[in-house]
Design a protein around this ligand. Sequence first.
Ligand code: MTE
Length: 314
Amino acid sequence: MLIKKPGDIRYSEVTPKAVYFDRRKFLAALPAAFLAGRELLSPSARAGAAGKFPTLAKSPFSTTEKENSLTDVAHYNNFYEFGTAKDEPFQLARNFKTYPWTVSVEGEVAKPRKFSIDEILKLAPLEERIYRHRCVEAWSIVVPWAGYSLSALLAQVQPTPKARFVAFQSYYNPSEMPAAQHAGIEFPYVEGLRLDEAMHPLALLCVGMYGDALPPQDGAPVRMILPWKYGFKSIKSIVKIRLVEKMPPNTWNTMQPMEYGFYSNVNPNVDHPRWTQSSERRLGELRRRPTLMFNGYADQVASLYTGMDLKKNF
Ligand code: MTE
């Protein structure tokens, strides 16, 4: 992905090589206090999302693969509003105020409305979904997220027949996110899905991970998780969801259309122009493993794309 000047420094290049390839060295360099699990959630995030979730239903969509640790996942992030290096968001987002929080759901809907984060937390039973999550940079993680299908939220506002796509927008305030001005991408961060993708049960409206509220660096207090798509589709810290008629813009496609498409389904047969997508490295492991079509979720989602040329619609 691209930072600073278009066509200049890009996404995978912002990660220092030593950090990218030697995760343990990276962790050893961090102050011990930052590594303690309880340090990972800021007080603001805890206050808003009411701390630990007492009951989380198990999901049939969960993988049985070994989970990454909270420490790994919460110290290796892409959240350009809080810096472009993987270890920056957990430091620079520490005081990000994520409560109170409101998400406006609007556009082509019969009942537009604003939802407080407390309303979102109560809208449907929270499930724990252990998903594989594959970044376009070819690293992957396995995370127990908490949330429920986005379809439960969309049902509340009743999309009209004109609604064909869903446009998402992240929170942006330059005074709270001074690092954003050096990120080289436009803010607010935006993303989009076709309505049938957004309504798919795997599309998770996510409010937590590891049984607790989301840490700010992981997109508190509410984000998307789309396990069959590259990680950049999983937009963080959402403030607006708009149902629309036409395909909405998404940040990385706007910045670099030849490299990042609208669909961005995980596809080992379509390489990124600058690197292979046929294999990946799970965070904490050295060996590479083969990347699976739709990140291993083909049985559930392949039918969404029947008849489409996935090389063109990448
Ligand atoms: N959302 C916002 N608002 N800003 C971002 O920079 N980065 C994306 C996505 N969502 C990003 C974002 C990218 S590139 C990835 S890989 C995932 O978040 C990373 O999520 P994680 O840090 O929880 O692993």
